[in-house]
Design a binder for this molecule. Structure first.
Ligand code: ADP
Length: 282
């Protein structure tokens, strides 16, 4: 631990005062390292598709354009890589807005069941393409959650998108929810909460990587993530939205295989069930 201290003194009539200012240099260095790593990661992520675009444009100029089949193939790759660049930039922009508190979370009483149903309907075609079975296991009469409908929908769609991506064809994906009494969750907690989980029968995540997958650009298998069209930012966005709601998110192993992501949200106190919507910064 490195500590820097400076002393500021002053005298006011009979009163003398001194202020000691401590700066924890270790923390400053850690933050600076995070910032540098982030810039390096962003540059790397953007460079990969750009290098590919440049390479194929050069190949076209080198004579590839004279052959219609080659042109069509190369132009298709260029289009896909440009889409990828766009996706990375969109995710980055969104993450930076959320992190800097520019995204205001709506706070209104929500039925989680409705959000789950709508998101599952949206993801069904994608799951169908890989022959996955999408199962919903939501009991009726769950308490309301005080939150932002659109953002919580995004949390679910990011988790479902990953479950679909990281599960080989013909898998099974289950979205479940349960009411947790105070102190009744493995994550502890003294207040009442709601747990929503997305479980898949996919490739799973090694235990040592589990806490880290919520970091920006952290991937268990970089090549596989890129091949699947991932930006490495989906779970970082999920974590920010969930924590902005005063909740927690974590991942466990699913039995017999795959992963189970759990989102735990505080429930709407029953005496405020008819409260008015409000906006709070993330
Ligand atoms: P990506 O765009 O790479 O999918 P995410 O932030 O959404 O980025 O996820 C980070 C990493 O966590 C992924 O690259 C993958 O290694 C792992 N991961 C996320 N969801 C799952 C899942 N359902 N099954 C297995 N691995 C997963």
């Amino acid at each position: 631990l490195h500590i820097e201290a400076s002393v500021a003194g002053g005298e006011q009539e009979n009163e003398a005062c001194a202020v000691l200012v401590f700066h924890d240099i270790t923390e400053l260095r850690r933050l600076e390292k995070i910032r540098k790593d982030f810039v390096a990661n962003v540059s790397h992520e953007l460079r990969t598709p750009l290098t590919s675009i440049k390479g194929y444009v050069e190949a076209l100029l080198d004579g590839g354009k004279d052959d219609p089949d080659t042109s069509a193939k190369f132009l298709d790759i260029i289009l896909k890589q440009s889409d990828r660049l766009n996706l990375i930039l969109e995710d980055l922009l969104q993450l930076s807005k959320i992190e800097s508190g520019q995204v205001l979370l709506r706070r209104e009483p929500l039925q989680i069941e409705m959000i789950v149903e709508r998101t599952m309907a949206m993801m069904r075609p994608l799951a169908g393409k890989k022959g996955h079975r999408l199962v919903e296991n939501i009991p009726s009469g769950l308490p309301l959650v005080n939150g932002d409908e659109e953002r919580l929908g995004q949390v679910l769609s990011n988790l479902l998108d990953n479950a679909i991506k990281y599960t080989p064809e013909g898998g099974s994906i289950t979205v479940a929810a349960r009411h947790v009494a105070p102190g009744g969750s493995p994550a502890g907690g003294k207040s009442e909460s709601l747990e929503i989980s997305v479980a898949d029968t996919g490739i799973g995540i090694p235990e040592s990587d589990r806490p880290r997958v919520f970091e920006r650009f952290y991937r268990v298998d970089k090549a596989r993530s890129r091949e699947m069209g991932g930006t490495g930012l989906g779970l970082a966005i999920v974590r920010h939205i969930v924590e902005g709601h005063g909740g927690q998110v974590w991942v466990e192993g699913n039995r017999p295989c795959g992963s189970r992501f759990v989102v735990r949200l505080p429930v709407q106190p029953s005496d405020q069930a008819a409260g008015h919507p409000s906006l709070v910064p993330t």
